[in-house]
Ligand binder design. Structure first.
Ligand code: ASP
Length: 612
């Protein structure tokens, strides 16, 4: 037998996913990993695996004694090369689940190209063997994790998405331009990752939170249409399922209008869903304004796969004499309701848990009020005693809502915007309870444009306005006169693309006028000096014939997650960061040599280690 590692065979003639009945009789060479090995009555069966599939290899002493003897040594994940003849499988061993399941290769030669230690978790492509493995282990051994077809398929979907995207935008005259990774900070609402400059002591580059300013400059430069599939970096506080580095499809167009952006993106999504999922999605997508989204769904990224809409019942309860409602209404608050069908018979225990664990603890509302309408048509059960909230007032609300026997009416009272947010979270919780949110990636696909966002939002803590989108978003022309007087009421020319309750893209028509941009900076508490220092290049560019322009960026990782039904962004990124922003396989971030720090003119001031 040849030495391990020396490949004495010529190149492979087929991959492990290719052989069919038509190949029977051919002499072939296959190379790949040992997926599974079974010993049956002196005959050894191997499933040979590569990216393309699985092929059954049979080592029988009758075909070749040496190959059979060599195969005794094989274990899972050994890398091998096999020479043999393609044969039909016997009728009872045909595997209709495998594309190669009609045939097997009877081995005449085996070369072991490399051995493998026992792997820390099973990689078998046989689905029934794919047990749930601890994610930390999977991330540490990402090269093994990625041998599994599940993860490989996600990478392949991602690859398809790149190809469709590049082709689509190329056909629409977009130019792919790479913008710098070492740049100056662009605010997108997160902290920057900084890179110290060795040759400019005390100075830092920032990694892009997005290429926003560069793409605008490209429009000033006359490129007309720009696209880039690009990494963005945001040092955010660790929240569930965020990645500090993530990928955007970044787009910008000169002379853009909202409708042009919508149509372009609808075409893109249509092409992606058709090619990847074989699904015709309907266009144009629905559009609703930010205000309507908040009022009806309590969210600026509503999931439209189910109803359970919020209804404002403030008017119904006006003057009810119920202290809780009166004080909320007197303070300018709202009373919101959700009618949940089929839950009118829930017992006391369920309702108490909903109130305590969900509404108070998770949602942070002060309490839940409810009316149960039993399915047998018997009397309504109110969570508020009758002498406190009279039955006729409750009945008035039920009539107003059109609730019927079997429904559960949930009521939250509080101050906007918080109460909308709380009701929106309760809506999602109830949809989950009713199993209205399908898992997996078989649709339905509810795309939606959310439009007319406010330009800025007021922050109580810091007592200042923040850009709802980013500082380069244009106010609507008719709201321009409110810049000084009523900034909170200005509508922005901003839009988000939402799919099944996920924001998958966002953008805007931009400011292209220097004085409006300066007004915007002022509104955001960025004084003229700071504006010049941070964004002087953009303000300068606006002096020289900057055309109107606008665009959008798509969150590529999240789209792939939805397309593949992945549970987490980590499952669609080859080498993702964990929730604590670390990469387990290489062990980043890591300490560096003192010498490196010295060269970078950096001294460390570390937080004191906590005792114990
Ligand atoms: N730069 C924006 C973002 O990253 C997208 C855009 O406005 O085009 O969200």
């Amino acid at each position: 037998m040849a030495h391990i590692g020396v490949d004495t065979h010529p190149t492979r003639t087929y991959t492990a996913g290719e052989l069919r009945h038509a190949n029977v009789g051919e002499a072939v060479i296959l190379k790949g990993w040992v997926d599974t090995r079974r010993d049956l009555g002196g005959v050894i069966f191997i499933d040979l695996r590569d990216r393309y599939g699985l092929t059954q290899i049979v080592f029988s002493p009758q075909d070749n004694v040496d190959a059979h003897a060599a195969a005794e040594a094989l274990r899972s994940e050994f890398v091998i090369s096999v020479k043999g003849i393609v044969r039909d499988r016997s009728a009872e061993t045909v595997n209709p689940k495998l594309p190669t399941g009609e045939v097997e290769v009877r081995a005449h030669e085996l070369v072991i190209l490399n051995e493998s230690e026992p792997v820390p978790f099973t990689l078998s492509a046989h689905e029934e063997k794919q047990v749930k493995t601890n994610e930390d282990l999977r991330l540490k051994y990402r090269y093994l994790d990625m041998r599994r077809s599940d993860l490989q398929n996600k990478m392949l979907t991602r690859h398809r998405f790149y190809q469709i995207t590049r082709k689509y935008y190329d056909q629409h005259n977009f130019v792919e331009v790479e913008t710098p990774v070492l740049m100056k900070s662009t605010p997108e609402g997160a902290r920057d990752y900084l890179v110290p400059s060795r040759v400019h002591p005390g100075k830092f580059y920032a990694l892009p939170q997005s290429p926003q300013t560069y793409k605008q400059i490209l429009m000033v430069a006359g490129l007309d249409r720009y696209m880039q599939i690009t990494k963005c970096f945001r040092d955010e506080d660790l929240r569930a399922d965020r990645q500090p580095e993530f990928t955007q499809v970044d787009l910008e167009m000169t002379f853009a209008t909202e409708d042009m952006v919508y149509e372009l993106l609808e075409g893109h999504m249509k092409a992606v869903w058709k090619e990847i999922k074989g699904v015709d999605i309907e266009t144009p997508f629905r559009r609703i304004s930010y205000d309507e989204a908040i009022q009806r769904y309590g969210s600026d990224k509503p999931d439209l796969r189910f109803g359970l809409e919020l209804q404002d019942v403030s008017g119904v309860f006006e003057g009810s004499g119920f202290r809780v409602f009166d004080s909320v209404l007197d303070g300018g608050g709202k009373i919101l309701s959700i009618v949940v069908p089929g839950m009118g018979d829930q017992g006391r225990g369920y309702m108490d848990r909903l109130d305590k664990d969900v509404v108070r603890k998770r949602i942070g509302a002060s309490g839940l009020i409810y009316f149960k309408l039993p399915s047998d048509g018997s009397e309504t059960v109110s969570s508020v005693k009758e002498h406190v909230l009279p039955a006729d007032v409750v009945q008035g609300a039920i009539d107003h809502l059109g609730a019927k026997a079997g429904d559960l009416v949930l009521v939250l009272a509080g101050m906007p915007p918080k109460v909308y947010d709380q009701a929106g979270t309760l809506r999602l919780h109830m949809a989950n309870e009713l199993n209205l949110i399908p898992e997996g990636a078989d649709g339905p696909w509810e795309f939606l444009w959310v439009t007319d966002f406010p330009l800025v939002e007021w922050d109580e803590d810091t007592q200042r306005y923040y850009a709802m989108h980013h500082p380069f978003t244009s106010p609507r022309a008719e709201d321009l006169d409110k810049m000084e007087t009523e900034p909170g009421a200005i509508r922005a020319r901003a839009y988000d693309l939402v799919l099944n309750g996920n924001e998958i893209g966002g953008g805007s028509i931009r400011i292209h006028n220097r004085s409006v941009q300066n007004q915007m900076f002022k509104l955001l508490d960025i004084d003229a000096e700071e504006a010049q220092q941070r964004f002087g290049f953009l303000l300068d560019a606006f002096r020289y014939g900057a055309p109107p322009h606008g665009g959008l960026a798509l969150g590529l990782d999240r789209i792939i997650m939805l397309l593949t039904g992945a549970q987490s962004l980590r499952d669609v990124i080859a080498f993702p960061k964990t929730q604590s922003a670390q990469e387990a396989m290489v062990g980043s971030p890591d300490v560096v040599d003192d010498k490196q720090l010295e060269e970078l003119h950096i001294g460390l001031v570390l937080p004191e280690e906590e005792e114990g």
